[in-house]
Design a protein around this ligand. Structure first.
Ligand code: IPE
Ligand code: IPE
Ligand code: MG
Length: 235
């Protein structure tokens, strides 16, 4: 596919792990484990395709409503991923974690900081992993820090515009989302990147659950995206 028809920034809502596990008679944890494998595969594929930015939704601010046991299992998968991260530095992926990270254990926060630091100058795919992320929560924290900067005379009220506001979001200096992909048959955003997706194209895939998502599914979403006529309000 021609490079100019590829999205600069893709967002993926990695949904359907629980249903996948249920269909197979497995525990929800087994579904999340398989989902984590799919995540690794799709990151590598996006990197190979030369996609600039990929943001994946791994855990939302609303997911704390789930049973303790499931939450613990997801956090354990995050820890395993972080422990393993130094083994894939050769992939050259620049990794960032977005969301309110302060609620995670100290060792996790430390490994996140290390992972971000190590990969900060890598030139491959820019990967954002959204954990304890909520679009509304992100906007509220942006408003709060902007307010503080105004109080401290670092920003003038008159200078507030969309660009300046965007610099207070986790995705500072990154392009807006071009394409949102959601497998599993749910047709909603579930509080994912609500500011950044204002003009995104949406590809909802109702015949696939995240653990079964593969390179071909991504190709299909990219083909669909390439056919869209993006007008951004113009004609
Ligand atoms: C997505 O899969 C993973 C997380 C939200 C952490 P789900 O766990 O939501 O899977 P379903 O929607 O119940 O099938
Ligand atoms: C969105 O999926 C969050 C993630 C994939 C991490 P959910 O499964 O939590 O969303 P809802 O509850 O179906 O809207
Ligand atoms: Mg779900």
């Amino acid at each position: 596919m021609e490079q100019n028809l590829l999205p600069k920034h893709i967002g993926i809502i990695m949904d359907g792990n629980g249903r996948w596990a249920k269909l197979k008679g497995l525990s929800r944890t087994a579904g999340h484990k398989m989902g984590a494998k799919t995540f690794r595969k799709i990151v590598q594929y996006c990197n190979k395709l030369g996609i600039g930015y990929l943001t994946v939704y791994a855990f939302s601010t609303e997911n704390w409503k789930r049973p303790q046991e499931e939450i613990r299992a997801i956090i354990e998968l995050l820890r395993e991923y972080l422990i393993d991260a130094p083994n894939h530095v050769d992939e050259n992926v620049q990794t960032k974690f977005i969301g309110n990270l302060s609620c995670f254990d100290d060792d996790i926060q430390q490994m996140i900081a290390d992972c971000e630091k190590t990969s900060e100058h890598f030139s491959g795919l820019h990967l954002n992993i959204a954990i304890n992320y909520g679009g509304r929560d992100e906007i509220i924290q942006a408003v709060k820090s902007l307010y503080q900067d105004i109080q401290n005379h670092q920003v003038r009220y008159e200078d507030i515009d969309e660009k300046l506001f965007s610099d207070y979001l986790y995705t500072k200096n990154q392009p807006d989302i071009d394409l949102i992909i959601r497998p599993s048959g749910e047709y909603r955003l579930s509080n994912f990147l609500i500011w950044q997706s204002a003009y995104a194209e949406y590809v909802f895939m109702n015949n696939i659950l995240w653990p079964d998502f593969n390179e071909k599914c991504l190709d299909r979403a990219l083909e669909e995206y390439a056919k869209r006529n993006r007008r951004f309000g113009g004609i």
